[in-house]
Design a protein around this ligand. Structure first.
Ligand SMILES: [Zn+2]
Ligand SMILES: [Zn+2]
Length: 358
């Protein structure tokens, strides 16, 4: 590539508003968009475009392992189109999301979860706690988006700052859900709660109240500064509680603002297997918790995962797409994801867990 071409490209890019040049090397122009988003432009000759796309879309370990496994040398061979690389290797194209580790996966990519595989919206909040929409608004929107069911899981009583539900209000909310279910049939709203895991690992209500829910999502919201020992004590107690159906956002992290409390993921996943508890993949883009890197181990242990939007409004339901992107990186299949169950399968899933309690 000729240096003159790079400066030509650079000067035309510099005409774009809010795109500021930060740095450059031979073949790379590094910009910042709106003072926040880093944008890199890679420049190459047309006959090397395939090489560039391939080497930039996977991490180093992946690219090296690929070269070795299929005896392809990117420094010696030219590919104008990325597809030619997979043809030379004699394999099906590997999606971008799966190019992040040393292991080279060859599988039927159609099996990996995608947006159309979500059948129900699990983990939502309404105006009964800190949500922006009523249960009816949430349910109608959910139905209209083509989902078969909604799991309404407002905050529990200890989350007083989020208007958590007292026992009295739970009973009233459940009456409202019964009424709406008659109205919206065959769409179904499930009675749930995002139940605080208290400091000692107990759930936030007595067993009688917990038994009134179709399912319970157990999450930590308070006293988040913990040692691993303390965090594990709380989480393991909550997982062992027979009322817990799903473990909500397991590490409590808020990306770019709050570090996760330390946990031993492997032991948490093992405990979830033992007690038949599913683990949430919280799809809120600030959480993305559990981290995708633990999905393969959970799948190996046959622990169910659940991509949930933790929606506090109608538009919040659309966050599910971020959870899908994470789940794809972990190569999750719909058969291992709770929110991919249709209504009948989901009813069976929650009934099975409740049968353990009796
Ligand atoms: Zn929560
Ligand atoms: Zn929530």
């Amino acid at each position: 590539m000729i240096q003159g071409e790079q400066s030509e490209i650079k000067s035309s890019l510099q005409k774009i508003e809010n795109l500021l040049l930060k740095n450059e090397e031979t073949g790379i122009l590094i910009f910042e968009f709106h003072k926040t988003l880093p944008v890199q432009f890679f420049i190459c000759d047309a006959d090397l475009f395939g090489n560039l796309v391939f080497t930039q879309s996977g991490n180093e370990a992946f690219v090296e392992a690929f070269q070795e496994k299929y005896a392809i040398d990117f420094s010696a061979e030219c590919f104008a189109d990325e597809q030619e690389i997979f043809e030379a290797a004699g394999i099906q194209s590997i999606p971008f999301y799966a190019r992040n580790q040393e292991k080279i996966f060859e599988q039927d990519w159609e099996q990996i979860i995608s947006t159309g595989d979500i059948k129900g919206i699990i983990h939502t909040h309404s105006t009964w706690s800190d949500g922006k929409n009523t249960i009816e608004e949430m349910a109608r929107a959910c139905k209209q988006k083509g989902f078969e069911y909604l799991v309404m899981s407002d905050h529990s009583v200890s989350s007083f700052y989020a208007n958590g539900l007292t026992v009295d209000r739970i009973m009233k909310q459940q009456e409202e859900i019964d009424r709406l279910n008659q109205l919206l049939f065959p769409f179904k709203i499930f009675k749930s709660i995002e139940c605080d895991i208290l400091n000692n690992g107990d759930l936030d209500y007595d067993t009688q109240v917990l038994a009134s829910f179709d399912l319970v999502i157990a999450s930590v919201h308070q006293n988040l500064k913990m040692t691993e020992e303390k965090a594990m004590e709380r989480l393991l107690a909550a997982i062992a509680n027979p009322h817990t159906t799903i473990l909500g956002h397991p590490t409590g992290r808020l990306l770019l603002s709050r570090k996760e409390y330390p946990i031993n993921h492997q032991l948490i996943i093992d405990a979830c297997k033992k007690h038949e508890v599913a683990i949430e993949i919280n799809a809120n883009p600030r959480r993305l918790d559990m981290d995708w890197q633990w999905i393969p181990y959970a799948m190996e242990q046959q622990v169910k995962l659940s991509i949930n939007p933790d929606a506090h409004s109608i538009s919040g339901m659309d966050d599910i797409r971020y959870g899908i992107l994470c789940a794809q990186k972990g190569l999750l299949t719909p058969s291992q994801n709770v929110s991919s169950m249709n209504l009948q399968e989901f009813e069976h899933f929650v009934a099975k867990k409740k049968s353990i309690i009796r």
